[in-house]
Design a protein around this ligand. Structure first.
Ligand code: GLU
Length: 368
């Protein structure tokens, strides 16, 4: 059966640790695997880092650039070279590829999100392997994915993937850092993210515990929430990807949650960035989580953040635990006036007729 597979590879797997030069044998093996998957009729997307790493190598820079402008310039040098290398390898396998560079802003605006979605559909329909990276040269802090683990999870959600493979420099997730703790237990299967409560508190500063695994677990959370089975596996052995698809228990697999979202709900859940928070009383939480109702003004206890009407906000219980995300019908200023009041009072308080609901059910997505 044809499946949609998103594979993310990071700079640490693509380059030699000592020299920063490209790990050509890894790239070749990955390209062979992805081309095989394509030839078997699957839809394949590759999310590849390496623009900055390759740019540094090309320019003979020994340290990773520190200023934003230099990083952006170096990424512009590296991205082209990276694609050239991929194209050479994929061409040897008669597999066409495409470059897709995204910024966070491309997913926030509904019309741009839909455009990106359509482009992916066309590329996949054409049998092309899109190679995705953050558009580092133009991305600015407020609208950055920040890391390609997150980007790959959002892409997996966007293309409605069956699988997301996060290729990294460890073979799987462990209960603790296996390099400093010989008792660290390998984790083969994660059925529920709560299982990882202890793992996420990895020691700061250790390559294993922070950047690497924390962003991968966060990515797995996004992807599994969108119904995508997610795997953390060793990047140096891309052939394992085929074995995993054939049923082998290699790496760490995260079981997907049921796939409840339609495309618009996926956009709300993963495309939009929430800029406000509403704390709700027990009645409102119950109505939203159990009875499938919209959020009304009466149930709002507290309003935080800066937002206008139609922005995304996070809905939380009294204790601040996130329960849902949705598009709000009023600005922060308006909400502060009408919170706690019955819907019939809204027009009287504001002096104009607005929506009855604060977040309508159709614009609301529950957390998994
Ligand atoms: N977009 C960055 C690059 O291509 C990498 C981001 C990441 O490693 O997560 O160099």
């Amino acid at each position: 059966m044809s499946q949609t597979v998103v594979v993310k590879i990071g700079t640490s797997s693509l380059t030699q640790p000592e020299t920063g030069q490209l790990a050509l044998s890894t790239i070749a093996a990955l390209v062979e695997v992805l081309s095989t998957l394509r030839q078997q009729g699957n839809r394949v997307v590759l999310v590849s880092s390496g623009a900055i790493g390759v740019g540094c190598a090309r320019l003979g820079l020994t340290d990773r650039p520190k200023t934003i402008a230099l990083k952006q310039a170096v990424a512009a040098v590296g991205q082209g070279r990276l694609m050239r290398i991929y194209d050479d390898f994929f061409t040897a396998m008669q597999q066409p590829i495409a470059q897709v560079l995204l910024t966070r802003g491309d997913l926030v605006e509904r019309s741009r999100y839909v455009n990106v979605y359509r482009t992916f559909q066309e590329l996949l329909q054409l049998g092309v392997v899109p190679i995705v990276n953050e558009n580092d040269t133009v991305a600015v802090d407020e609208l950055k994915f920040g890391d390609n683990d997150t980007l790959s999870a959002l892409v997996a959600s966007l293309v409605d993937a069956d699988w997301l493979f996060l290729l990294t420099d460890v073979d799987r997730l462990y209960s603790e850092d296996p390099r400093s703790n010989p008792d660290a237990q390998p984790i083969a299967l994660v059925q529920n993210m709560k299982q990882l409560a202890d793992v996420q508190t990895g020691k700061p500063g250790s390559r294993w515990g922070t950047g690497g695994m924390v962003t991968k677990i966060a990515a797995a959370q996004i992807a599994t929430g969108a119904g995508v089975r997610t795997v953390i596996m060793q990047g140096k052995s891309p052939l394992n990807l085929l074995k995993i698809l054939a049923g082998d228990a290699i790496g760490t697999q995260f079981e997907p949650q049921p796939r409840p979202f339609n495309a618009r709900q996926r956009w709300i859940a993963h495309g939009l960035i929430s800029t406000g928070k509403l704390l709700l009383d027990e009645g409102a939480v119950e109505a939203i989580c159990k009875a499938g109702k919209s959020l009304l003004a009466a149930g709002i206890l507290h309003v935080e953040g800066e937002f206008e009407s139609h922005d995304a906000v996070t809905l939380c219980d009294r204790a601040g635990h996130e329960i849902a995300k949705g598009l709000v019908n009023y600005s922060r200023e308006e909400l502060q006036k009408i919170q706690g009041h019955h819907s019939e009072k809204i027009s009287e308080i504001l002096g104009y007729l607005g929506a009855d609901t604060i977040v309508h059910r159709d614009n609301l997505v529950l957390n998994q």
